[in-house]
Design a protein around this ligand. Sequence first.
Ligand code: NAD
Length: 315
Amino acid sequence: MKILANDGIDPLGKQLLENAGFTVDTNHIPQNELALKLPDYDAITVRSATKVRKDLIDACPNLKLIGRGGVGMDNIDVEYARSKGIAVVNTPAASSLSVAELVFAHLLSGVRFLYDAQRKMPVEGDTNFGGLKKAYAKGVELRGKTLGVIGFGRIGRETAKVGLGLGMDVIVSDLFEAPKTLPLTLSGGITVDVPITQVELQELFQRADFISLHVPFTEKPIIGEAEFGLLKPGVGIVNASRGGVIDESALIAALDSGKVAFAGLDVFDNEPTPRKDLLTHPKVSLTPHIGAATGEAQERIGEELANLIIQHLKK
Ligand code: NAD
């Protein structure tokens, strides 16, 4: 059987599939040629770039499986594919830790002004800079501060664990009842069950020194103009979930007024091209949806995807 890994696959995943007898093609086929060429394959794996819509599915009557390396299946017509008997699988847990760690890259960068610290340094040979000014770098520590985690699923929990590890007080908000404790594994393999405080969203907005969002895409922003009004002055916000969850115009206004001290965004409206006032804002650190872009996460994604494909197609 032939598999087209159209957005690439980690070498470990490829190896596992080949060991199981599959032929894996990692040559990318452009979207507009897929309807012509995909019928030669039994399965396709994608990340977020390749779209597998109804018309492509209709053009491939022999397609048996669509695999998504990662979580979001917005680029696949999942229900339609399943109605045609095509298996659709993804790897929801494989990147959770990597995304959570990126949240703290943004948080730590925000509280210690890493972008400003670099940008405002005099360059070698500059003798006229009037002394090194570090006033902008009056940072704050994270320990003892309250981290509000909105959405307490896979990534929210990993984020909470990192926060707890740094000595933060963690409060969480979710549509559903959260577990009462979170197992925190320390180096040496000791696991401690740490109590978790679940609060209503309004309370989280009022108490959190830092907020991190980990919810699916929402039609209406979770933090819009009215919600910004409820936040603690000087709050730091990180969004590594989905663009649209924060109202970007309201965020820029809140950053300009000083209500929000900084924002770290791995996702934004109109990806992959953010609006200019967001990209160039001095209080924003922006990354181009790289939450899962670590060697470890990609290896786990490849391995998990390969095992799912083997499970489904080797029945
Ligand atoms: P998950 O399904 O495990 O958890 C989502 C949680 O949010 C659930 O507990 C759900 O009950 C809760 N929730 C949903 N709507 C809510 C609301 N309005 N208010 C409060 N809670 C709400 O999902 P996950 O794997 O933790 O992923 C979270 C988000 O991160 C998703 O949007 C996913 O697409 C995104 N993600 C981003 C990256 C990246 O590279 N930045 C990588 C993977 C996933």
